[in-house]
Ligand binder design. Structure first.
Ligand code: CO8
Length: 260
């Protein structure tokens, strides 16, 4: 597929998806959502892509939200369908089976923050501004923000952000656990890539199963989550990667994981 609103690249196992509408601060219109869907469907099955970085083009914005020009036209039924389409895409990203890192290089507002919330890890540049301003438009977050933000930062902090629509800076986002790390703008891409590479040094099957254990376990009672973890742990014991990882340790050498 040829992309009009995305840039895609891949280097030695790390793919980068860049939302590329800088003149609209990378706002997610329907066409961009469709392109992101195609891109992540492709990345899910592309064996060479072992981790993904998501970022925005230009120096001002990661993604400044859903496209407000489109939102202004929506009917109730179309609004629901649009929300569900975006939710399905973000769930696809969340359950990709490979680490996805949001490199937040500026405004991450509304649907933009919701995109970042669906990523496994969020790194922000020191000029980033984050928020869910939907209520200022007479809307509520519709791409998973009401659900994921509360799970990540807790109910009280999520409700404060959602009900005020306030934007917070990167330092405050870090303080409340919304982003994992804050770095100087010029270091963001390299930091995200270095983090992806640290993850990729580990067994790909283990990464996939660890992502699944945390994602599914968060929705389960503790006993069921522990059972899920034990089952997935047992599954690890069937893999060549476990044999390689444990033998490499015992033989005092670096493991060479094949992802099987
Ligand atoms: N949608 C459409 N266009 C946008 C958006 C957006 N979200 N954000 C910025 N733009 C456009 C501007 O209209 C402007 O275009 P133009 O040059 O043609 O007038 C261009 O980008 C540059 O923006 P500004 O001139 O406004 O730049 P500033 O530096 O002055 O301001 C801000 C930057 C503060 C980020 C400002 O652009 C802003 O407030 N943007 C809107 C932020 C926002 O409210 N986002 C939330 C949108 S709602 C949402 O995301 C809902 C998600 C769930 C949807 C579920 C179902 C559909």
């Amino acid at each position: 597929m040829e992309y009009k609103n995305l840039l895609l690249s891949e280097m030695e196992g790390v793919a980068t998806v860049t939302v590329n509408r800088p003149d609209k601060l990378n706002a997610l219109n329907a066409a961009t959502i469709a392109e992101l869907g195609a891109a992540f469907d492709d990345l899910a099955v592309r064996a060479s892509a072992k981790a993904v970085i998501v970022t925005g083009a230009g120096e001002k914005a990661f993604v400044a939200g859903a496209d407000i020009a489109e939102l202004a036209q929506q009917s109730p039924l179309a609004g629901k369908a649009t929300a569900q389409k975006g939710q399905a895409l973000f769930r696809r990203i969340e359950t990709l089976g490979k680490p996805v890192i949001a490199a937040i290089n500026g405004y991450a507002l509304g649907g933009g923050l919701e995109l970042a919330l669906a990523c496994a890890v969020r790194i922000a540049s020191d000029n980033a501004k984050l928020g869910l301003p939907e209520v200022t438009l007479g809307l509520i977050p519709g791409y998973g923000g009401t659900q994921r933000l509360a799970r990540i930062v807790g109910r009280g902090r999520a409700l404060e952000l959602i009900l005020t629509g306030d934007r917070i800076d990167a330092v405050e986002a870090h303080r409340i656990g919304l982003v994992n790390k804050v770095v100087a703008a010029g270091e963001l891409a390299a930091t995200a890539e270095a983090l992806a590479r640290r993850m990729l040094a580990n067994g790909p099957v283990a990464l996939r199963l660890a992502l699944e254990a945390v994602d599914r376990g968060l929705e389960l009672p503790l006993e069921d989550g522990l059972n899920l973890e034990a089952n997935l742990f047992g599954l690890c014991a069937t893999t060549d990667d476990m044999v390689e990882g444990t033998n490499a340790f015992l033989e005092k050498r670096k493991a060479k994981f094949l992802g099987a």
